[in-house]
Design a protein around this ligand. Sequence first.
Ligand SMILES: C[S@@+](CC[C@H](N)C(=O)[O-])C[C@H]1O[C@@H](n2cnc3c(N)ncnc32)[C@H](O)[C@@H]1O
Length: 221
Amino acid sequence: MQYLSKRLSVIHDMVNSDVLMDVGSDHGKLIISLVRDNKIRFGYAVENKSGPYNRLVENIKKENLLDKITPMFSDGITDLKDDVDTIVIAGMGGFTILGILEAHKEKLSNIKHIIVDPHNALKDVRKGLANLGFSIADENIVYEDDIYYEIIDFVPGHEKYSDEDYCFGPILKKKRDKTFLTKWAERIDEIDSILDYHMDDISEERKTSLQEERKRISHIL
Ligand SMILES: C[S@@+](CC[C@H](N)C(=O)[O-])C[C@H]1O[C@@H](n2cnc3c(N)ncnc32)[C@H](O)[C@@H]1O
C-alpha cells in the first residue's frame, strides 16, 4: 500500500465513485490507493507531461494494476471517457483547475462528482464551478507542511451562494473545524500586524481593503 499524505488521505476518503478520472495524477499514489482499497472499480490516470507520465505508468505496472487503471497521456479532460462518474483534480492552482474544466464544459453533463484541491483562488473556483452548474456537497480543510488545503466535492446542482460562501466555503463555515478557525484567526493576526507595523508603507486603498477583509473574517469566526 502506498503512503498517502494527509491531504491525499482526505481526498481518498471523500471519494464515493465507480469510475474515476484523476487529472494530473503525477506519481499516481491517489488513484492506486483508491483501487487498492476498493473505493473505485476503475480509474483513468491523466498526465500531460512526459516525466510524471512515465513515472505514473511505472508505478501502475509495479502495483500490477494495468487492468484497473488506464494511464493517459492527455491534457485535462480532453479525452474524458463516457463511463467516468467522478473527476478529481488536485494539487494545482485554482485557475488551472477552472481552465481544465471550462475548456470542455460540454463533457461534464454525466459527471456526478468533481473533487478539487486548488492551492489558491478558492473563491474563484467555487464561483466558477457554480457557474458550470455544480453545487458544493462537502468540504474539508487540511493543514500540512505549513499550508492550509481546502478540498471541495461538487455535485450537479444550482444552489444560491453568498459572497461569504464563495470566500470561506458554505460547508466549512458551518462545520467550523479547529483547522478552519485557526486558518482565519491567523489571517486576522497577519492583517493586524500589517496594519500596526506597516501603516505608513501601504496605500489608503490597501488599508481599506485589509480592514474590509478583517471585518468579513471576524463575521464568520
Ligand atoms: C503538483 S502535481 C499534483 C499531483 C497530485 N494530483 C497531487 O495532488 O498530489 C500536478 C500534476 O498535474 C499535472 N498537470 C498539470 N496540468 C495538467 C493538465 N492540463 N492535464 C494533465 N495533467 C496536468 C502536472 O504535470 C503535475 O504532475
